[in-house]
Design a protein around this ligand. Structure first.
Ligand code: SAH
Ligand code: SF4
Length: 389
């Protein structure tokens, strides 16, 4: 059945195993059968990628019909799918109407590399934080995504990339290990730790061994530094952690990541030191955006080394990705290399993140949903900035 925005049936995507079990009662499934039915549904939905109850051949026809009357297996609606010249894909997705009937949009990005494929997912529409170098932070509309909308981005990407078993079986050259999406990063729009419960539920579903089966070691949650939630995230969500550091003094970081005024660097790093399960094989990633003349001196690099002392860490240097109206520029390539050199000499792996998908505005910090379309003039200015970066 085609889904329409007026489809009022309950969407099963995003329910935890417990919620799904309970919900089955509404379709008249007797209590003693509910767990078994839940497991069947779980496998069809999250292992096999079914989008209709009709496909569920090990469930009786009557029950399938009853399920179809009450529930749906939703998919986010694709507004646009763009493929960058470097293979990066970006989807603009439209959400179901909210309580006021508004249909907001989010972006999800897939980045294929030789040895991995990373899906970058959003946790909120927009972001309440206002990091001065981030495009998402300029978006006014903000709401938390539901667990279904978060895990739904992975489901949608699997559909489009052809990662469900029936699609792989028909693929003459399937990927090694059967996966296009080997890693997931919560680095799209939004601050995941401001949407803790839904992010937690969605990651539970994504890592469930009888479904999507992504190891939590291959999921990275990136935070701008919501200190009180960091330890809890380690205990309850249990993914890898990335910290958007970007500055080495409170003065600089206050300007880049205003949340620093509330949770300054020293407190942030204390929370990192206490993150459960850290070891040399399980490091925290520190993200550091390279901004010309702002945070890119050798003195910054040396301070960064000092700050990270004693924390199993790697540093991800991110060349700044420009967006229309920004006051920042990306550091020169030489400067980035010299910065990386200081870190390397101190023993920190510090890969420079190659900008991907810049031509389709899919790179870090460029995400902002299409509800605020670029005007032609802005587009030209951006192209010029990218050409010069
Ligand atoms: N809100 C979370 C996760 C999303 S942002 C966070 O801030 O960590 C993902 C990463 O992209 C963050 O490290 C963010 O600081 C970085 N980023 C934001 N804008 C950017 C830009 N214009 N260029 C490069 N990186 C940017
Ligand atoms: Fe929000 Fe992260 Fe952008 Fe800051 S960098 S405004 S926290 S999405």
């Amino acid at each position: 059945m085609t889904l329409t925005p007026t489809d009022m049936r309950r969407d099963l995507i995003g329910l935890t195993r417990e919620e799904l079990t309970e919900t089955l009662g509404a379709a008249g499934v007797p209590e003693r059968q509910r767990r078994m039915r839940m497991r069947q549904l779980w496998s069809w939905i999250y292992h096999r990628g079914a989008t209709t109850f009709d496909a569920m051949t090990d469930i009786s026809k009557d029950l399938r019909q009853a399920l179809d009357r009450h529930f749906r297996i939703g998919r986010l609606e694709i507004v646009t799918e763009q493929v960058s010249s470097d293979g990066t894909r970006k989807w603009l997705l439209r959400l179901d109407p909210d309580a006021r009937g508004a249909r907001q949009e989010i972006e999800t990005v897939y980045i294929p590399e030789e040895d991995r494929g990373t899906l970058c997912i959003s946790s909120q529409v927009g972001c309440t934080l206002t990091c001065s170098f981030c495009h998402t932070g300029t978006q006014k509309l903000v709401r938390n995504l539901t667990a279904g909308e978060i895990v739904g981005q992975i489901m949608l990407a699997r559909d489009r990339l052809g990662e469900w078993p029936h699609q792989l079986a028909a693929n003459p050259s399937p990927p090694i290990g059967g996966r296009y999406i080997t890693n997931v990063v919560l680095m799209g729009m939004g601050e995941p730790l401001y949407n803790f419960d839904n992010v937690k539920a969605a990651m539970e579903i994504a890592s469930d061994g009888e479904g999507i089966s992504l190891s939590k070691r291959r999921i990275t949650l990136s935070t701008s530094g919501v200190v009180p939630e960091i330890g809890r995230a380690g205990d309850e969500i249990g993914t890898m952690l990335a910290i958007s550091l970007h500055g080495t003094t409170d003065d600089i970081r206050d300007k880049l990541v205003p949340l620093n005024k509330k949770y300054p660097i020293a407190e942030l790093l204390d929370a990192c030191r206490a993150y459960p399960g850290l070891s040399n094989a399980r490091r925290i990633t520190f993200e550091y955006v390279m901004l010309k003349g702002v945070n890119d001196t050798l003195a910054d690099a040396k301070r960064l080394v000092k700050l990270l002392e004693g924390i199993p860490a790697k540093v991800n240097l991110i060349p700044f990705n420009p967006w229309p109206g920004t006051k920042y520029e990306c550091s020169d390539w030489d400067t980035i290399e010299r910065f990386a050199e200081v870190l390397n000499r101190a023993g920190y792996a510090s890969p420079v993140r190659t900008p991907r998908g810049r031509d389709i505005m899919a790179a870090c910090g460029q995400l902002k949903s299409e509800s605020q379309k670029l005007r032609a003039r802005e587009r030209l200015a951006l192209d010029a900035a990218i050409a010069g970066a």
